[in-house]
Design a protein around this ligand. Sequence first.
Ligand SMILES: Cc1cc2nc3c(=O)[nH]c(=O)nc-3n(C[C@H](O)[C@H](O)[C@H](O)COP(=O)(O)OP(=O)(O)OC[C@H]3O[C@@H](n4cnc5c(N)ncnc54)[C@H](O)[C@@H]3O)c2cc1C
Length: 539
Amino acid sequence: MTKNDTLRDEADYVVVGAGSAGAAAASRLAASGASVILLEAGKKDTSMLVTKPGMIGPMHSEPNIKKRVDWGYYTTPQKHMNNRVIPQTRGKVVGGSSSINGLLWVRGNRANYDSWAAEGNTGWDADSVNEVYKRIEDFEDGANDYRGAGGPIKVTRHTQPTEASQQFEQATADTVGVKILKDYNAAEQEGVSRFQQSADKGKRFSSSRGYLTNTDWPTLQVQAEVHVQKVVIENGRATGVEVVDKGGQLRMIRAGKEVILSAGVFGSPQILMLSGVGPAAHLAEHGIEVKADLPVGDNLHDHLFVPTTWLMPNALHRGIPTYFARGLAKELIRGGSFLENTVFETVAFLRTSLATDVPDLQIHVLPWAYPSPNQDAPVRHKVDRRRALTVMSTLIYPRSRGTVRLASNDPTAAPLIDMNYLAEAGDRQVLLEGVEMIREIMKSAAFGGNVTSELHPGAAIDSEAMKSEVLNRATTVYHGVGTCRMGIDDRAVVGPDLRVRGIEGLRVADASIMPSIIGGNTNAPSIMIGDKCADLVLG
Ligand SMILES: Cc1cc2nc3c(=O)[nH]c(=O)nc-3n(C[C@H](O)[C@H](O)[C@H](O)COP(=O)(O)OP(=O)(O)OC[C@H]3O[C@@H](n4cnc5c(N)ncnc54)[C@H](O)[C@@H]3O)c2cc1C
């Protein structure tokens, strides 16, 4: 795809990856009048698979559909989780993971950004990033001190929440003693609330829709189906990138000013290492000349959730192919189907006994049954055909850290992703306490007798049995971050200005720069990082 006809091979800025962060960075740079080439390995994002929020269900359960938009990565065997090999879905399409994600719009806790700043990352404190978020958003309630209006990303609340999800809000407030919040993306996060989504009038607002489709910068060229192999570094300076286009042709694309890597938590470290920026000994193993010895690929971490599923007739939806087919038919004929919203409806931020200053447990609620015990197998996932509410205990401040490494110096080979999930006992404890809390909430009178029974993992799995069961049931929320860590210490990969240490003309802007993961879903923060990167570049 290109907004202009002839493929260019030189621009002021070359941005690698048209995902959450890359689309935002490229668009903001082009808005300044600079010339920008945005390179994306995936295809265009025009199919209904991307544009309709509810298509995430079929996308995840049908491998043949998923592979059209996914890199298809898996972890290495996870030694603290029964050696499971866990999918690491990543968008390979214009819009990146923001084109295939669950659309949940969550900024995280304000304290997360203040802690980044306290580590020396000046300019990344809550008040500073709030200004960036405000200009990104077009929130349905309009602008206030915390929220923005008129920005490229429409943010709305779920428009058709089921009775079951709404009862969950009251049940949580009654059982845990927290508030029902109108807006968890404002001053306060602790409480229970209706989910906000990056969607409007039944359509997804990916970063690509907000920043690329809905703009028309004459100096921006988006080149899709172009795989970036490495950054070309000459005399300590990034001068461009080497790519293979869809015809298999090797090309060099030159950057007059800077190269910005926004290839995501796996792509950015992989490209850096292939370019000679990474742990020296590891690069030597693969015969790669070292340009900068940096701990690229370290500090990998992610959120995990444990789904519990409850039979509830008022949860309404049924996760079976015929139900999806009927929804699709309704959508095509007159609209208004369940496909117009995210599948998630309610969110809570609560505290376990390990919480310190902020809530350390997130709960995701969706009125659908869920694959049990997990979704590891790359086959069509079957779920129970009955109406059910799935409530997920979610670890938001993992202590465990893993790595991304090269499997080989072949740029087309998948990287080795070792999340090292649940290596730390505290991570297991948060998930287990969350399951116990959910079991208490589900007993609440606020459900009006609608909870028929615990389907998964089932009442037979008591608290003691859950300790081993959690290792089989916990799964990724697809929120990997941290592999090109921002900081001011010797082990940081990029500085607070996102420049790669030791290399001129090269920055990283995506989820990989997060020093520590934010307490919430990672799409909005990744877009914020891309948008803010343009400020840092333009000064
Ligand atoms: C299935 C799923 C559901 C999720 N649900 C939510 C949610 O509901 N809410 C939320 O907040 N977060 C969610 N997330 C997480 C969130 O979407 C990501 O954290 C965020 O999109 C990361 O943004 P990014 O810019 O770092 O990377 P990405 O958006 O993944 O962008 C990276 C881009 O770089 C491209 N690329 C990579 N390597 C190359 C290469 N060599 N050459 C050219 N291009 C390359 C990729 O194709 C991709 O387009 C979900 C993620 C997934 C996968």
